[in-house]
Design a protein around this ligand. Structure first.
Ligand code: ADP
Length: 645
């Protein structure tokens, strides 16, 4: 078979350029990435051999081997794992599957040259391509288990790669790096030095459950560094990693660094996690969990098909990635390992979904994560702020789906508020600041902080100094509908129902005043309710306006227009619910209209009708809503403006 030449996909090419031009300072991690891939390949082979009797492979000595050749300046990482077919090589190594790549590359371009660029690369994790930080040519030789022919892939990372079929490749994968000259970069170590290799593997990959072996020749310098005798004969392969499952060891035996490296192996992230969560369940159903909350949200957290990061082990043996049965969707960013003692090695996803023990585990793990965040709120406020910034939007989905933990989730949530321009508030702090006579926790939903803050619905609250939560995530429209409560107080929209603010006395006073006005305006309100009957179900006087002439509100149980639009976007039929138009009797436009209506003669009342219509349209515009007939509004408005000239 002839050698074929392929071009890298555009994104892959850009990423490779960055690797070649050394944008990431910690070059050592390339080896971690190769060992991590090899370890995954061994896991996959073991599982496939278990499930497929026909697959004729030897799984008795699965391992990873590292070989360094100092004279040739090459380093090889070899595994006898699952391997790749010709098409897989082209697919997996020639392209980047990560759906957030384009966005990531854009951000990276903006950050070019700055320290932020390194952080971004770290958040992305570049896997196999990290090899090009240290090598000027990479050869990958692989044969998939069960196939006869192997594939050789070669590239210098500059635009193209070649692929050819080979007849005598061993099963599994070996990656050989032709290392860059040592003096080409001062962050480059001598990666042919057994001492250096030992150090890197120990540091980053000690917990890998397969042996990582090295058969090395020692050199005088190594012997010096390691305090051993120099000799030129090849030695017995040594195993570099301890293979100890970190989750099975007690807390004081494991350093934070070791936990972090396990996190990086599982998550393919290059930066440390925000926090580590440990759980050891004893008793009839024994299991250990070691979970991590990342320090940043992945790019594809809100995309369909986002993979959850829990790996399931049974008695130290890897069973599956992405075990969705163990973590609720609103905690899908949590990564980690769960090792159960009493499950079958053959357990399938379907069985897991139905298993009662697994459901109990799921509940307990979710509670544990939530309580960890709760502790973080008081003990590490800055860490909590990062958590909420990165994952708050996802966590709030739990307010809809996890009824059992709803109050806990509300307790660990933060919201923008009129109390502070920059800092979000917790409900606990909100409740502590509540005014005398205030019964509810008030909020307003909308598109942006600015739109919400300037909405006419806020006027009375602002005048009375009552704090309002400003909810602007799409998910906020939905969970508030479920009538949530915190600390015995209901959450109430300032755009729904009647508002009664202030002390008992003030409320009484306001009621008497309203009654008087009600009589004065009764005719106008009745007439307008009839005139605008197609759009609104009632026109009434408002107790929430101080500045604007009018606003539109929903019934206490009414659906907001934004939620209606959302249901429609999801293809659901929802009846259009009419809202209520509220007028501010203190506004000259409204009191003027009332006088004009009372003094109307026998003539047609077209002018008054138009004013009523315009009042309604203005109320819609003020809350950022859409007009039923914008061109008619413009015509009426232009006509009136003209008369002022
Ligand atoms: P990631 O590991 O983050 O998915 P990589 O670029 O490191 O990204 O690898 C891409 C894919 O190539 C892997 O997901 C895996 O399917 C395949 N792969 C890489 N190395 C090996 C290997 N040693 N054996 C088998 N498959 C491999």
């Amino acid at each position: 078979m002839p050698t074929e030449t392929f071009e890298f996909q555009v994104e892959a090419r850009q990423l490779l350029q960055m690797m070649i031009h050394s944008i990431y300072s910690n070059k050592d991690v390339f080896l971690r990435e190769l060992v991590s891939n090899a370890s995954d390949a061994l896991d996959k082979l073991r599982l496939e051999a278990l499930r497929d009797d026909a697959l004729d492979v030897d799984v008795s000595d699965l391992h990873i081997a590292i070989e360094a050749d100092r004279k040739a300046r090459t380093l090889t990482v070899r595994d006898n794992g699952i391997g790749m077919s010709h098409d897989e090589v082209v697919q997996l190594i020639g392209t980047i599957a990560n759906s957030g790549t384009a966005k990531f590359l854009r951000e990276l371009k903006e950050a070019e040259g700055s320290a932020a660029a390194e952080g971004l690369i770290g958040q992305f994790g570049v896997g196999f391509y990290a090899s090009f930080m240290v090598a000027d040519e990479v050869e990958l030789l692989t044969r998939r288990a069960g196939e006869d022919q192997g594939t050789r892939w070669m590239s210098t990372g500059e635009g193209t790669y070649t692929v050819e079929t080979v007849d005598d490749a061993p099963q599994g994968t070996s990656v050989t790096l032709r290392l860059k000259p040592e003096d080409s970069d001062d962050q480059l170590h001598d990666y042919t030095s057994p001492w250096k290799i030992r150090e890197i593997v120990k540091r980053y990959s000690d917990f890998i459950t397969w042996p990582v072996r090295m058969a090395a020749e020692t050199t005088p310098e190594d012997a010096g560094a390691a305090g051993e005798e120099a000799d030129d004969t090849p030695r017995e392969p040594e195993t570099l990693n301890s293979m100890k499952a970190l989750w099975a060891r007690s807390r004081d035996e494991v350093s934070d660094d070791e936990y972090h490296e396990l996190y990086k192996h599982i998550s393919h992230d290059w930066v440390d996690p925000l926090t580590t969560v440990r759980l050891q369940a004893e008793g009839t159903f024994e299991y250990q969990a070691l979970l991590f909350i990342p320090a940043h949200a992945p790019h594809d957290l809100f995309m369909q098909g986002y993979k959850r990061g829990i790996q399931l082990y049974v008695k130290r043996v890897f069973i599956m990635d992405d075990c969705e049965a163990l973590m609720p969707p609103y905690l899908r960013f949590v990564k980690g390992v769960v090792d159960a003692q009493d499950l079958s090695l053959n357990v399938s996803r379907e069985i897991l979904q139905q298993d009662r023990q697994i459901q109990l585990m799921h509940r307990r793990l979710a509670k544990k994560v939530l309580s960890t965040v709760k502790d973080m709120m008081s003990a590490e406020p800055e860490q909590y702020a990062t958590f909420w910034r990165e994952f708050g939007r996802v966590v709030k989905e739990g307010l809809l789906s996890d009824f059992e933990n709803r109050e806990t989730i509300l307790g660990i949530s933060s919201f923008a508020s009129t109390h502070d321009k920059d800092e979000p508030t917790t409900l606990r702090s909100y409740v502590d600041r509540m005014k005398e006579g205030q019964e509810h926790i008030y909020y307003l939903t909308g598109e942006s902080r600015q739109a919400v803050e300037n909405s006419p619905h806020m006027e009375a609250f602002r005048a009375k100094g009552i704090e309002v939560l400003l909810l602007t995530d799409p998910v906020d429209e939905v969970w508030v509908e479920a009538d949530p409560e915190f600390d015995g107080k209901k959450l109430r929209s300032v755009a729904k129902g009647e508002v009664e603010l202030g002390t008992e006395e003030e409320k009484k006073e306001a009621a008497t005043e309203r009654e008087g006005r009600q009589q004065e305006y009764a005719d106008l309100l009745g007439w307008m309710t009839e005139r605008l009957g197609e759009s609104v179900k009632e026109v009434r006087l408002s107790s929430r306006l101080t500045v604007s002439p009018a606003c539109v509100v929903s019934d206490t149980n009414g659906v907001t227009p934004a939620l209606e639009a959302m249901y429609r976007a999801m293809g659901q039929e929802v009846p259009h619910s009419k809202r209520i138009l509220e007028l501010n009797a203190g506004h000259p436009l409204v009191s003027g209209l009332n006088r004009a209506y009372a003094a109307r003669g026998e003539e047609p009342v077209t002018g008054l009708e138009e004013t009523a219509e315009l009042l309604y349209d203005l109320a819609l515009l003020a809350e950022g809503g859409e007009l039923g007939d914008p061109s008619r509004f413009v015509r009426l408005m232009a006509d009136r403006l003209e008369r002022t000239l």
